[in-house]
Ligand binder design. Sequence first.
Ligand code: AHR
Length: 331
Amino acid sequence: MSKRMFAIIACLAVLLCGCVKEAQPAADASKDNLIKVGFSQVGAESEWRVANTESIKAALSIKNGYELIFDDARQEQENQIRAIRTFIQQNVDYIVFSPKVKTGWNSILQEAKEAQIPVIIIDRNIEVEDEGLYTAHIGSDFLKEGEKAVQWLEKLLEKQGRKDKPVRIVHIQGTIGSSAQIGRTNALEQAIKRNSNWKMVTQECGDFTRAKTYEVMGAILKQTKDIDVVYCENDGEALGAIDAMEEAGLKCNVNGGVIVISFDATKLGLEYCLKGKIALDVECNPLQGPYVNEIIQKLQRGEPIEREKLIDETQFDCFTINKKMIDGRQY
Ligand code: AHR
C-alpha cells in the first residue's frame, strides 16, 4: 500500500472513530430508559418465520422504547435454551421466545422465574409442569387451523361426489414435536378416522421447508403417483411438493388433479392459490409484534393481561381468492 493511500485510510479511520465516540454518550444515556428484551427466534425456515421476526423487531424497536437482543436458534432447542440462559445473565426485563417444540422447557423457565424475568411465548405453545413458568402466550390455535382445512376438504369431496370413493392422502408434516405440527396433524388424523374412504398413503416430515419437502415428495413419487390430496403443514412445504409433482408430470388443481392443502397464507402461497395450484390456504398470522408490545406495556403499568391470546385467522380457497386479497397482505 502506498504511503498516500495509508494516510487517507488512517484519516478516514480517525474520522469514523470520532463519529462513533461522539454518538456513544447520547446512545448510552438513553439506553437506561429502554426496556431490555431478549428474543429467541426458532430460526428462518419459512417466509412466515421471516415475517414473524420482522414483526417483533419492528414492534420492539428503539423508537418504541426497547433495546432488543435477538438470537436465531437455527432450529435447535439447545440453542434456544442457551440463548434464554444468556438473557437471564444479561438481566433483561423480558424474555420473548418462539419454542421449537412443545416440551423440554421446565428447567430453563424455572431459571427465568427465579431471576424474576417475565417470559412471553409467541407462535407455538408449550407444555410445562407449572403454568406459572411463563407470563403469557400469543399465537395460533393450530388444531383449529387443521380442523378448518379438513372440514373444507370434506365439503369439497362431497360436492365432487367423492364421499364414498377412496381418497389417497400424502401428509407432509412440519417440525416434529412443534405445537404447529401436532395441532395440524391431529386434525387430519381425526378426519381420517371419521372418513373411512380417506387413506393415508404416507406421512413424512418436510420440516416446514420448501427444499426438504421437494426432496421428500420426489422420493414419494418414485413409489407412487396414485395421490388425490397432499396435506402440507405450511406454504413452504406446499410449494416444494408442487415443484416435485409438476416435475413428475402431475397437475395440482381441484379439477381432476392433486388437491393441495396448505397453511400460512403468505403472499407467495396465495399466488399459488390464485393459480389454483393450492386448493386451500388456511391463514396462520405471524404479525405478533404489536400484541407483544401491548402485553409488555400493560405489564409495565401493572395492568392485568390476557394470558392466552389466540389471534383471529381466516382461510383462502382457489374458488374465492382474488388479486386484491393478495395485494392487501403484509407478508
Ligand atoms: O409455528 C408456525 C409455523 O412455523 C408456520 O406455519 C410455518 O410456516 C413456520 O415455519
